[in-house]
Design a protein around this ligand. Structure first.
Ligand SMILES: Nc1ncnc2c1ncn2[C@@H]1O[C@H](COP(=O)(O)OP(=O)(O)OP(=O)(O)O)[C@@H](O)[C@H]1O
Length: 333
């Protein structure tokens, strides 16, 4: 973690961000370090301050304290430079229903003062990339939710941002459209774009994010790769299956702490699943001259992590379908 938000080529760096509304402290010293070309996901219970963080980093509101750089520019003193380097998309679609897909794109190009030819070129390229060429001249009102999200993201990309804030980009989409958008996001990242993602879907963070941070009580309470976070909480284990009863019994004696499943010839050992833990376990078997037939590592999923670290369970997608977006963002205990 950087200790200062000094000049950097990182996508986003924040040090000690603070924000209060009245006497309610929303952000109480938030540090972020997001390398360029990576996906960072900010998770947290309802009202944790995720949107506030995005609003500060995208220059919509000022922080009360701390410092942040986005695409190398200070968010407070170089707000124009930050704005021209970023794209913000997700919760509130910028798509105009009365315009066609191509017209929506050209409108953005005009707002960015791009020459007409360049605007047309970028429009055609992006519509092709997002598989929207066939519907370029159809009004957006005829689009499905997935097509609209793609158009929204395509519009964000007209300005070629190097940092994109995706605020719940796939909420309400069917699984196929969600996968499609995930592929697009991964392509953007491989082109070097930095993505700041907020999502209700832990599975989405797990799939897309290089690093995840959990915001709770105005602070980052946990941060790491999805795997690191899963290893931090209990519930992980290693399962070893043996080829025959003889090896199984011998291994049981060596690994006395293991839970036995005699029928399947499986031993289960509580473990964080880390490489040193695996090496230690296999070393003990090797010293005793016993081979395992199969080894599997089970780590808890992000739902378990979320529950363990915040004391709340995320609402599942099934619940979300039944509620309005805001209601769906409530967490149940
Ligand atoms: N303009 C405002 N005036 C007063 N309080 C605000 C304002 N904006 C946000 N808040 C409060 O700040 C807290 C954090 O809100 P924020 O929207 O950042 O949370 P969030 O993590 O994005 O939550 P959600 O999952 O509901 O979107 C909430 O308690 C909210 O009520």
């Amino acid at each position: 973690m950087n200790t200062s938000a000094g000049a950097t080529t990182d996508g986003i760096v924040a040090v000690g961000l603070r924000k209060s509304y009245g006497d309610k402290t929303v952000l109480d010293g938030v540090d972020l370090h997001i390398p360029q070309g990576t996906v960072f996901s900010l998770l947290g219970p309802n009202g944790a301050g995720k949107t506030t963080t995005v609003q500060i980093l995208s220059t919509l509101i000022p922080a009360d304290g701390g410092e942040a750089r986005v695409a190398g520019h200070l968010v407070d003193r170089e707000a124009d430079a930050v704005r021209s380097a970023i794209g913000v998309t997700g919760q509130f679609s910028a798509v105009d229903n009365l315009l066609t897909a191509a017209e929506n794109m050209m409108l953005v190009a005009d707002l960015l003062h791009l020459p007409k030819d360049e605007g047309r070129r970028r429009t055609a390229d992006l519509l092709a990339r997002f598989d929207l060429t066939d519907v370029a001249d159809k009004p957006a009102s005829t689009f499905s939710g997935g097509m609209r999200r793609k158009l929204d993201l395509a519009m964000t990309l007209v300005g070629r941002p190097s940092v994109i804030f995706l605020d719940e980009p796939t909420t309400g989409l069917d699984p196929a459209s969600r996968r499609n958008l995930w592929d697009i996001i991964q392509d953007l990242v491989s082109d070097g774009v930095t993505i700041f993602l907020t999502t209700q879907y832990l599975e989405e963070a797990d799939h897309l994010a290089d690093r995840i941070a959990l915001l709770d009580g105005g602070r980052i309470v946990a941060e790491g790769t999805p795997d690191e976070l899963k290893r931090r909480i209990p519930g992980g284990h290693i399962r070893l299956r043996f080829a025959d009863q003889y090896r199984f019994e011998n291994a049981s004696r060596v690994l006395a702490e293991a839970v036995r499943d005699e029928e399947s010839l499986i031993l289960q050992i509580a473990s964080d699943g880390s490489i040193p833990a695996l090496r230690g376990l296999l070393g003990r078997l090797e010293d005793a001259g016993i081979d395992a037939e199969e080894l599997t590592v089970h780590t808890p999923d992000l739902d378990d992590v979320f529950l363990a670290l915040t004391g709340r369970r995320k609402a599942g997608p099934a619940d979300e379908a039944a509620h309005s977006k805001k209601a769906a963002k409530e967490f149940t205990r």
